[in-house]
Design a protein around this ligand. Structure first.
Ligand code: AHG
Ligand code: MN
Ligand code: MN
Ligand code: MN
Length: 336
C-alpha cells in the first residue's frame, strides 16, 4: 500500500534544509550547518526542560553536582547551551541573547557570516509550573570577510534571512521560516529527529481568539482598550472572541499561528515601549507571521520595518490573522 511507504519516508529538518539549500548554492552548506547547531541546542534544552521538575524534586536545583558545578537555572543553562552551540558551529560572528547585556563577538578563528539573535528561554515565569516555554531565534547574514560590528544586527527585521522558535510543550515543536513560507517540525523523541509535521503553515485570515495580559488594562492606550472591548462586545453582530493567555510568547504565538486570532503586548502608561524585545522576540515572530500570511504591527508601523537603536530595545506588538490586525491598524489610524 503506497500510503504506508510514504509514512516511513520521513522529512527530517536536516533533509528539508538540505533540499532548500539546492535553491541557494552560494550558501555552500553553511546555513545547514548553522541550523543543525541550533537544532542541537533545542534538543538539549528540551531534554533539560523535561527533567526540570525531576531535578527540583530530587534536590538538584541550587545545589552543587558531582563535578562541583552549581546547578544552573534553566534560563542561564539554556543561554550557555545556545552560545556554545552557535560559536562551535564556526558559522556565526555576532550573537545577541536576551540573557547577555552585551553582544558576543565570535573569535576570528571560529567566525562565520551569520548573526544570530535569540531568546534562549522564553516564558521563564512558566518554568516552575511545567507550562510551555520556548526558544526564539532570528538570523541575519553579513558580507563575507567583513569585520563585524553591532550595527550588523541593528537592522530592520525584514532583512532577516530566517527566523523560528522551538516550543517545549506537550510535544517539542520547531517552527521555521527561511523566507519562503513557514514549516513546523515535531521532535520524535525515539528518533531524536525533528520531523516535518506542519508543512506550509498559513494563519487563518480571521480568528476567534485574542491573547493579551488584561491585568494591564488600566494603563492601556485608547486603541488597545477599544480593540479589546470590541473583542468582547462586537458591534457588527459577530460572536465575541475567546480569551487565551499563557504568558509565554512562544506558546501564545504558536496557538495564534495555528488557530488564528491576535496576540498583543501593547504599550501602557508604565511601559511606553511595551515589554517584548525587538530583536529576539518581536522580529522573529513578526517574520513568521508575515510568512504565514498574517500581519505584525507596532501601533505605528509594520513591525519588520522597525530599526532598533540598541540590542535590547522594546516595542509594542500586535500580531496575528490578517483581518484582525487590519482592525487594530484602523483603530490606530482613527486616533491620529
Ligand atoms: P522571557 O521569559 O524571555 O523574559 O519573556 C517573557 C515574556 C513573554 O514570554 C511573554 O509574552 C511575556 O513576557 C508575558 O509578560 P506578562 O507576564 O507581563 O504578561
Ligand atoms: Mn521572552
Ligand atoms: Mn527569555
Ligand atoms: Mn527574561
Amino acid at each position: 500500500h503506497a500510503g504506508d511507504a510514504a509514512r516511513t519516508d520521513l522529512m527530517t529538518i536536516t533533509r528539508y534544509v538540505l533540499n532548500e539549500q539546492t535553491k541557494h548554492p552560494e550558501s555552500r552548506g553553511d546555513f545547514t550547518i548553522l541550523l543543525n547547531h541550533i537544532v542541537l541546542g533545542c534538543k538539549f534544552v528540551c531534554s533539560s526542560v523535561n527533567k526540570a521538575g525531576l531535578a527540583k524534586l530530587i534536590g538538584l536545583a541550587g545545589e552543587t553536582n558531582v563535578q562541583g558545578e552549581e546547578q544552573k537555572k534553566l534560563d542561564v543553562l539554556s543561554n550557555e547551551v545556545f552560545v556554545k552551540a552557535l560559536v562551535s558551529s564556526g558559522r556565526t560572528c555576532i550573537l545577541v541573547s536576551e540573557e547577555d547585556e552585551e553582544a558576543t563577538f565570535v573569535e576570528p578563528s571560529l567566525r562565520g557570516k551569520y548573526c544570530v539573535v535569540f531568546d534562549p528561554l522564553d516564558g521563564s515565569s512558566n518554568i516552575d509550573c511545567g507550562v510551555s516555554i520556548g526558544t526564539i531565534f532570528g538570523i541575519y547574514v553579513i558580507n563575507d570577510g567583513k569585520e563585524p560590528t553591532v550595527e550588523d544586527v541593528l537592522q530592520p527585521g525584514r532583512d532577516m534571512l530566517a527566523a523560528g522558535y522551538c516550543m517545549y510543550g506537550s510535544s517539542c515543536t520547531l517552527v521555521l521560516s527561511t523566507g519562503s513560507g513557514v514549516n513546523g517540525f515535531t521532535l520524535d523523541p525515539s528518533l531524536g529527529e525533528f520531523i516535518l509535521t506542519h508543512p506550509d503553515i498559513k494563519i487563518p485570515k480571521k480568528g476567534k481568539i485574542y491573547s493579551v495580559n488584561e491585568g494591564n488594562a488600566k494603563n492601556w492606550d485608547g486603541p488597545t482598550s477599544k480593540y479589546v472591548q470590541k473583542c468582547k462586545f462586537p458591534d457588527d453582530g459577530s460572536s465575541p472572541k475567546s480569551l487565551r493567555y499563557i504568558g509565554s510568547m512562544v506558546a501564545d504565538v504558536h496557538r495564534t499561528l495555528l488557530y488564528g486570532g491576535v496576540f498583543l503586548y501593547p504599550a501602557d502608561k508604565k511601559s511606553p515601549n511595551g515589554k517584548l524585545r525587538v530583536l529576539y522576540e518581536v522580529f522573529p515572530m513578526s517574520f513568521l507571521m508575515e510568512q504565514a500570511g498574517g500581519q505584525a504591527f507596532t501601533g505605528k508601523q509594520r513591525a519588520l520595518d522597525l530599526v532598533p537603536k540598541k540590542i535590547h530595545d522594546r516595542s509594542p506588538i500586535f500580531l496575528g490573522s490578517y483581518d484582525d490586525v487590519e482592525e487594530i491598524k484602523a483603530l490606530y489610524a482613527a486616533e491620529e
